[in-house]
Design a binder for this molecule. Structure first.
Ligand code: IMP
Length: 551
């Protein structure tokens, strides 16, 4: 029966049998309550009452929406000196971040930390690629030599799907451009054994390096050619602009760049062994901006000594230390001079540290403990590991982290290293492995333990994150497996950004700074979640469903 008039309000039982109040007074009556609904962050994470909580154990209560989601600002510091427009980082793991991921994370406003399970030279080359990247310019084009045959050029087209190649004197980038071969040249030429010099066009239109994209695009359009070689003052090939890419060029307004620099910010990880010092020199020469000291337990004499050495040797380089999960661990690294901290031990999706080592901490408890301490010294913190969805990101940020770092969530994207393959169940997947898995550690082992930087083995292998890597018997702290295809991060990361903005809108805060302040002031409130509350908060009772997250 519908309620038609105020009389039926008499049927609503109220606590003190008082008179029904005038609805106009609701906001004033609210002020009579000593506290806001829900609990504050200290009560939430009080370990005496609640134990060590993690993301799924609580929720953030909604606030008041007085603005639109796209007004929410996500700028956040990643180190004492560097602020990003998006609080998203990709993890230094060999199935997650190489130059392609690092470039695209930076273009989208975040940061990719290049892994160190490779030679120092390979890692430095990846840093160089990030620093040299300019949107629209192909920095590592396929180049052919005057001796390349027409048949070989046709085979290249079959392999790569495009048929325009610059011809240089040595067949390499950095050498003088002498011609261009296009599919039009090869298509009707029957003698496959002829060298490309017979068919290539030599009336080249080129542009000088340093030119900006808009200008280069306009030269390309006017030239009516398919490709525009970019050359240095001696005519050596530096990069290439392609007409086919012209239409695809996207503008990246959030791109992570240092003030007054056109280059993307680059970050990479190293271990804390003596040979890592030589590795770091190579990375700095390549233009590195941020170094992450990669250890599962960062509070060690090795890392503290390394932080001090780096701060002395490279004062312009920002150092992120970790991983830590307690105030005590953080204090040593802060005293040594870190510019940022990475929080998490045992929370990663491919991680078995807590099971094997009996050491670690639930992630929400870790973040709260470390960030409240680190904030007193102005040191920003990264919530690293265990991020499975947008909700986890917002919870990590609400608890005080300035940024969040993802491994498994990004491993299935086109920008991560490796090829897709079809799983036994017929799904498209990519490999994802913990850096403490036997497979990853065995790959590293060859060069570990040598402190001689000139030892070819040492420079060919990666460096250590787990203290077991130098031992005869490897003790695994991670597993290797696979993750589902997620498409390109150029779609996925914008979804994550929009998701965080919508979440902050629900909470009623217009920025990450306002979120943190609201939590500190007790204005942003929380609620614990029982196991049945968690079940209620997930899809339930449906026979089947399709969980499509964005379109
Ligand atoms: P995810 O985002 O949950 O997949 O976690 C990624 C994080 O797991 C990384 O950034 C590392 O901190 C951590 N991690 C990577 N490899 C291992 C491992 O083998 N054991 C434990 N933790 C790992």
């Amino acid at each position: 029966m519908p309620i038609l008039n105020g009389d039926s309000m008499e049927q609503i039982p109220i606590l003190h049998k008082e008179k029904i109040l005038d609805f106009n007074t609701a906001l004033d009556v609210l002020k009579e309550y000593p506290e806001r609904d829900g609990i504050d962050v200290q009560t939430l994470l009080d370990s005496k009452n609640n134990g060590g909580l993690t993301y799924n154990d609580f929720l953030v209560l909604p606030g008041y929406i007085g603005f639109s989601a796209n007004q929410v600002q996500l700028d956040s510091p990643v180190t004492k000196r560097i602020t990003l427009k998006t609080p998203l980082l990709s993890s230094p793991m060999d199935t997650v971040t190489e130059h392609n991921m690092a470039i695209h994370m930076a273009l989208l406003g975040g940061l990719g930390v290049i892994h160190h399970n490779c030679s120092a030279d390979d890692q430095a080359e990846m840093v160089r690629k990030v620093k040299r990247y300019e949107n629209g310019f192909i920095l590592d084009p396929i180049v052919i030599s005057p001796q390349t045959t027409v048949g070989e050029t046709k085979a290249l087209k079959a392999k790569w799907g495009f048929g325009g190649y610059p011809v240089t004197e040595t067949g390499k980038l950095g050498s003088k451009v002498i011609g261009i071969v296009t599919p039009r040249d090869t298509q009707f030429h029957d003698n496959d054994s002829d060298p490309v010099t017979v068919i290539m066009s030599t009336d080249l239109v080129t542009a000088r390096s340093g030119i900006d994209l808009v200008e280069a695009n306009s030269i390309l359009q006017k030239s009516k050619k398919g490709k525009l070689p970019i050359v240095d003052e001696n005519g050596n090939l530096v990069s290439l602009l392609s007409r086919a890419d012209l239409m695809k060029n996207v503008h990246y307004p959030l791109a992570s760049k240092l003030p007054h620099s056109k280059q993307l910010i680059s970050a990479a990880a190293i271990g804390t062994r003596p040979e890592d010092k030589l590795r770091l020199k190579k990375l700095v020469d390549a233009g590195l901006d941020i170094i992450v000291l990669d250890s599962s337990q960062g509070n060690s004499m090795f890392q503290i000594e390394m932080v001090k050495w780096i701060k002395n040797e490279f004062p312009g380089l920002d150092v992120i230390g970790g991983n830590v999960v307690t105030r005590e661990q953080a204090a040593g690294l802060i005293a040594a001079g870190v510019d940022g901290l990475r929080i998490g031990m045992g929370s990663g999706s491919a991680c078995i540290t807590q099971e094997v080592m009996a050491v670690g901490r639930p992630q929400a408890a870790s973040i709260h403990s470390v960030t409240t301490f680190a904030a007193r010294f102005g040191v920003p913190c990264i919530a690293d590991g265990g991020i499975q969805n947008v909700g986890h990101m917002v919870k990590g940020l609400a608890l005080g982290a300035s940024t969040v770092m993802m491994g498994g969530l990004l491993a299935g994207t086109t920008e991560s290293p490796g090829e897709y393959f079809v799983s036994r169940e017929g799904q498209l997947v990519k490999a994802y492995r913990g850096m403490g898995s036997i497979a990853a550690m065995e790959d590293k082992k060859a060069g570990v333990g040598s402190s001689n930087p000139n030892d070819p083995k040492a420079s060919n292998a990666g460096t250590a994150r787990y203290f077991s890597e130098g031992d005869k018997l490897l003790v695994a702290q991670g597993v290797s497996g696979s993750v589902l295809d997620r498409g390109s991060i150029t779609k996925f990361v914008p979804y994550l950004i929009a998701g965080i903005q919508h979440s902050l809108q629900d909470i009623g805060v217009t920025s990450l700074t306002a979120l943190r302040q609201g939590v500190i002031d007790g204005e942003v409130r929380f609620e614990l979640r029982t196991v049945s509350a968690q079940a209620e908060g997930n899809v339930h009772g449906l026979h089947s469903f399709d969980k499509k997250l964005y379109s």
